[in-house]
Write a protein that binds this ligand. Structure first.
Ligand code: ADP
Ligand code: ZN
Length: 520
């Protein structure tokens, strides 16, 4: 009489087979065990708790931080005939009461609830009076204090286990670097849980980074050439840049909408709803946009600014191509990004330990940007996963990067920093190296220093690239007080003394790349 999980999958959801570890995870939870599920976005996490919720007696409680999306998820389930409801601050007291009655009458298989509501006395005592089928903790990385999605209420969720030790729990996340994973286990008391770790590779996403010159213009030609009428997301660091970029794209004939935390809530809701429902909209957004967005046909994610970690980058780019069809992750990146992010981290109120971790994460991101190897290998390696062969679907695979012995250039670049008193940024230093005849240089007497004009063998663009790579590799520090002035570090010395050589990547010539058009 009882349906098997596979029968439910077919009858209700209309799919013929489980994907990856879904079947195993479902069995684990139905059997009463705990599970920690690490699966990339689009991997199919929801079914891992929805099906056990239908099989196990009682009501499953799904904790989700995404109030805005609960309604959509519940609507979708109801259309399939699943008995689901949600409880959050958007309901009137009458509506909330009706959901509570449904739970008491065992008329619901799933109830989605916001964490702050779950932990109220009212809700906890309601749970005492019903049979809880399981607890599902979605977006479990919100328990991590290191991530940008941190939710203090998530830490309290360990109380559920103390109060209902026999009820199975399933925690799910798409963020899976090792520190976050162990924090989830520790804070949610999931030591006994079976861990299901899927591959994080998203083979249909093509990763590409271009050197930042005129980012808006570069974005425009990328869109015109490759995605003239596709849906996509453009991420910017600041609200102002979001507004400007959205207006710019609108002016160029694109259906672009802004999204950031500074916009009124109803406008944000409307823009999100339009992005989900209409075709070919470009959402220009800060990272406030995106968590849990389930739009299968996002064809590109473009970054105009550097994310602060590879986890963030992976999450954000992961919103592209959830339908499995080819999609682009495209980013502009330059020295200014590094300076900006270092400055933000330095200037934050956080303690030293936190800053150090943030800096390490940024270094991981920079390593990815500067690599001459397959980007996918670098990224998966960061998440502890090995990819045996280069992927063939990233820019470094498609257009192998040349390297060159940059030791002498690095020595010149470093000594120019030193000779000019460690108080200037890369643009000025470049002018000195190529020996530009500028009033400003003469005023400082830098036309008399030994490095003036010693760098004529490289173009100004190439010197900028040298400085960017030196900063990214930690061989040069950025002065946070001095408007991005470059300074030497301990690591500069071995290079200056000729004890260490350095290989640099040869960035593609910008003018040529622009003329050649599309990569490949
Ligand atoms: P996640 O929460 O991991 O990002 P979802 O649970 O939203 O992913 O699933 C992503 C998409 O894949 C959804 O459209 C879902 O219906 C679909 N999906 C999930 N499991 C299967 C399956 N076994 N077969 C086919 N499609 C599936
Ligand atoms: Zn590759």
């Amino acid at each position: 009489m009882d349906e098997t999980p596979l029968q439910i999958l077919t009858r209700i959801f209309g799919y013929d087979a489980f994907r990856g570890a879904q079947a195993e995870i479902i069995d684990q939870v139905i059997g009463g065990g705990d599970a920690l599920v690490l699966m990339p976005t689009g991997g199919g996490k929801s079914l891992c708790y929805q099906i056990p919720a239908m099989v196990r007696p009682g009501t499953a409680v799904v904790v989700s931080p995404l109030i805005a999306l609960m309604q959509d998820q519940v609507d979708a389930l109801r259309q399939l005939g699943v008995r689901a409801a949600f409880l959050n601050s958007s309901l009137t007291p009458d509506q909330a009461w009706a959901v509570e009655q449904g739970m008491l009458e065992d008329a619901l298989d799933l109830v989605y609830v916001a964490p702050e509501r779950l932990l109220t006395d009212r809700f906890l005592s309601l749970l005492e009076r019903i049979q809880v089928a399981l607890f599902a903790i979605d977006e479990a990385h919100c328990v991590s204090q290191w991530g940008h999605d941190f939710r203090p209420e998530y830490i309290e969720l360990s109380r559920l286990h103390e109060r209902w030790p026999q009820v199975p729990r399933i925690a799910l996340t798409a963020t899976a670097d090792a520190p976050t994973r162990s924090e989830i286990v520790k804070r949610l008391r999931l030591e006994e849980a079976r861990q299901f770790v899927s591959s994080f590779d998203r083979p249909n996403i093509r990763y590409r980074i271009v050197e930042k010159a005129n980012p808006r213009q570069q974005l425009l030609s990328f869109l015109r050439r490759e995605h003239p009428s596709d849906a996509g997301i453009v991420y910017c660091l600041s609200r102002r840049r979001v507004d400007e970029t959205a207006a710019y794209l609108q002016g160029q004939g694109f259906a672009a909408l802004p999204y950031h935390a500074g916009l009124p809530a109803d406008m944000r809701r409307e823009h999100q709803a339009r992005f989900l429902r209409e075709e070919g909209l470009v959402m220009v957004a800060t990272i406030a946009f995106g968590m849990g967005i389930d739009k299968p046909d996002v064809r590109f994610v473009a970054h105009l600014d550097l994310p602060k970690s590879l986890e963030s980058y992976y999450q954000e780019t992961g919103r592209a191509g959830r339908d499995g069809l080819p999609a682009d992750a495209w980013m502009t990146y330059g020295l200014g990004d590094v300076v900006m992010l270092r400055r933000i981290i330095e200037g934050s109120q956080a303690n030293e330990h936190f800053k150090r971790i943030e800096m390490q994460k940024l270094d991981g991101m920079l390593g990815y940007c500067e690599t001459t190897q397959c980007r996918r290998q670098v990224m998966l390696n960061y998440f502890g996963e090995a990819l045996a062969e280069p992927c063939g679907n990233c820019d470094t695979c498609l257009e192998p990067v040349e390297t060159w012995d940059g030791t002498v250039a690095a020595q010149k670049a470093l000594s120019c920093i030193y000779r000019t008193g460690q108080s200037f940024g890369s643009a000025y230093l470049t002018d000195v190296l190529v020996g530009k005849d500028l009033e400003r240089i003469r005023r400082f007497g830098h036309d008399k220093v030994s490095t003036y004009g010693v760098g004529k063998e490289l173009s100004a663009d190439q010197w900028k690239s040298v400085y960017r790579q030196l900063v990214a590799a930690g061989l040069v520090a950025v002065d946070m007080e001095g408007h991005g002035a470059l300074r030497l570090t301990e690591q500069s010395r071995p290079i200056l003394r000729g004890e260490r050589s350095i290989q640099l990547r040869r960035d593609p010539d910008r003018k040529q790349t622009a003329a050649a058009g599309r990569v490949r």
